[in-house]
Write a protein that binds this ligand. Structure first.
Ligand code: FES
Length: 159
């Protein structure tokens, strides 16, 4: 981990004004921000660890918890909510066996709900590994999870 962090810091010539992009790259590398990596960034940039944590906790995009290989974000904004996003959230949670905001134990899936994604006309919107899937419904969400390799007990999906 130490070597990888060092390499990332060097990409930015060790310039502490690049703290945010450096942390973004570290997160990309490990899928989250491990504690050791944060200490390493702090040491390489000579930035106090308290400052590093301040930045990490300020930006919602940073995660101190391990994230799954597949990341699902379901919009819970008003337009998506009134079109049944709540039911889709329950379906995804049930299939994955995790609560919203959690990651499966095998680190295959993370599931979170988010505020309006600015694509209300497509609502409900489920973002899967960065790709927007509009007009989402329970059956479609089940299908997506199956496609991603999740075993689903029931086979009674409809489009
Ligand atoms: S409310 Fe879901 S995209 Fe706007």
């Amino acid at each position: 981990m130490e070597e990888k962090v060092k390499e990332i810091v060097q990409r930015y010539s060790g310039d502490k004004s690049y703290l945010v992009p450096i942390l973004q790259d570290v997160q990309k590398e490990f899928n989250y921000l491990p504690k050791d990596a944060l200490f390493s960034v702090s040491a390489h940039l000579s930035v106090p660890i308290s400052r590093v944590y301040e930045v990490v906790t300020f930006y919602k995009a940073f995660s101190l918890k391990p994230k799954g290989r597949n990341q699902l974000s379901l919009c819970m904004g008003t337009a998506c909510h009134v079109r049944g996003a709540e039911l889709i959230a329950s379906n995804v949670s049930d299939i994955l066996g995790i609560k919203e905001g959690d990651t499966t134990a095998d680190l295959e899936f993370s599931f979170e709900t988010v505020g309006c994604l600015g694509a209300c006309a497509l609502g409900p919107v489920l973002v899967v590994n960065g790709e927007y899937h509009g007009h989402m419904n329970i059956a479609k969400s089940t299908k997506i999870l199956k496609k991603l390799g999740k075993k689903v007990a029931t086979d009674d999906e409809q489009d």
